[in-house]
Design a protein around this ligand. Structure first.
Ligand SMILES: [Ca+2]
Length: 377
């Protein structure tokens, strides 16, 4: 103990002597060492934990937006990109709220309509997933949890159709309102005997993820990333609950095609629509986009994870490399955004701007569609 005290005393004495002789030299060494430590830790954590980029790293929200590179392609609007807060405290799977930058891009003003999808099918002869007979495993995989498996004789082309029950039903079982319907597809939205006449301006439904990809490729476009979709949906607003602000009915006006009344048996039709509405029936958001809230869910490019992980990139994120979706276990779940005409406050508030939902990419339903984006050049 005495020896170490002496040694410590000796070292301290030596340091004091250096300090006394060359104070500025010592101060410089200390300052430089601290600077190297701080800089080193900043660089290390940016590379190891990209979401720890600071405000200065990404820039302030609203910064870095870009001018439109030219006149808009038909039916599209320029989304200027920039820095924004992505996520929502209203949904566990939309957390943590984190700062993201996206490049500017073109986006379809509306969901892809039946009319547009019909042109694609006419030009290519494309057959959607719902129009092909699935195998047993595929059906079981895409059914909501709790739904009984199909009978072998039901292995025919079809899709999930919303069918309002006559009265109150338990809300923990989606099979109470979604029915596997043979023959249901984009051209026959409620099954055989129904068609899209008079609904050409409605969003196309019963499209699986691959159907949306095929259309986008044909149109020279692509599906939006989830970050692009949310940036666009927010319309330039910062961390608001809805695509139009924080109030559900500003001035008493319904702003989106969702469910009013009591789901799933009583729709008061306050918004004027029981099912899909013609695209653009409700006010556009700040970027001139329609139905980014409600009407139909929209496929995004990203794989679904039930939480934004710290490892996700802060600049132009493309989503996780693997999907994990507790609501659709065993599927390569893809993100869907925006909610639908079936969203109701007591069951699914995901028409709110941060809301998200995963979906089996092979699945289709009467409330799921999509829209496309296009790179600046
Ligand atoms: Ca929508």
């Amino acid at each position: 103990m005495e020896l170490s005290e002496k040694m410590a005393g000796g070292a301290l004495g030596k340091a004091c002597k250096v300090w006394a002789k060359r104070p500025w030299y010592t101060v410089t060494v200390i300052v430089l060492s601290l600077a190297i430590l701080v800089l080193g830790s900043l660089i290390a954590r940016r590379h190891l934990f990209p979401n720890y980029w600071t405000v200065e790293d990404l820039g302030t929200t609203g910064s870095h937006s870009q001018e439109a590179p030219g006149p808009p392609p038909e039916g599209m609007v320029w989304i200027p990109g920039g820095v924004f807060w992505m996520g929502s405290e209203d949904f566990p799977d939309a957390q943590p709220i984190h700062k993201v930058y996206v490049d500017g891009f073109w986006m379809d003003k509306t969901e892809v309509t039946n009319e547009q999808f019909a042109k694609f099918v006419k030009a290519t002869g494309y057959v959607t997933v719902a129009e092909k007979a699935p195998d047993y495993e595929t059906i079981v995989k895409q059914q909501p949890p709790g739904m009984p498996p199909p009978r072998k004789e039901d292995l025919v082309p079809g899709s999930l159709v919303f069918t309002a029950p006559p009265g109150k039903v338990p809300l923990n079982d989606a099979s109470n309102w979604f029915k596997w319907t043979a023959g249901a597809c984009w051209q026959h939205p409620e099954g055989p005997g129904t068609d899209i006449k008079g609904r050409l301006k409605h969003p196309v439904v019963h499209v699986a993820y691959d159907d949306a990809l095929a259309y986008a490729k044909w149109a020279g476009k692509r599906l939006p990333t989830e970050a692009e979709w949310e940036f666009a949906a927010r319309g330039g607003l910062d961390r608001k609950k809805f695509t139009w602000g924080n109030e559900y009915k500003p001035g008493g006006k319904i702003m989106a095609n969702t469910w009013q009344g009591e789901f799933p048996h009583k729709n008061t039709l306050e918004d004027g629509f029981a099912g899909t509405a013609p695209v653009g029936s409700f006010p556009a958001n700040g970027f001139g986009l329609y139905d980014m809230s409600g009407n139909v869910w929209e496929w995004c490019a990203d794989r679904y994870q039930p939480r934004y992980r710290d490892i996700f990139a802060p600049r132009n994120p493309q989503g996780p490399a693997e999907s994990f979706d507790p609501a659709h276990p065993g599927t390569a779940s893809r993100v869907r955004r925006g909610g639908s005409y079936l969203c109701w406050d007591n069951l699914c508030k995901r028409y709110m701007v941060g809301g998200r939902f995963g979906g089996d990419p092979d699945s289709s339903a009467s409330h799921v569609g999509f829209r496309c984006v296009k790179d600046a050049r």
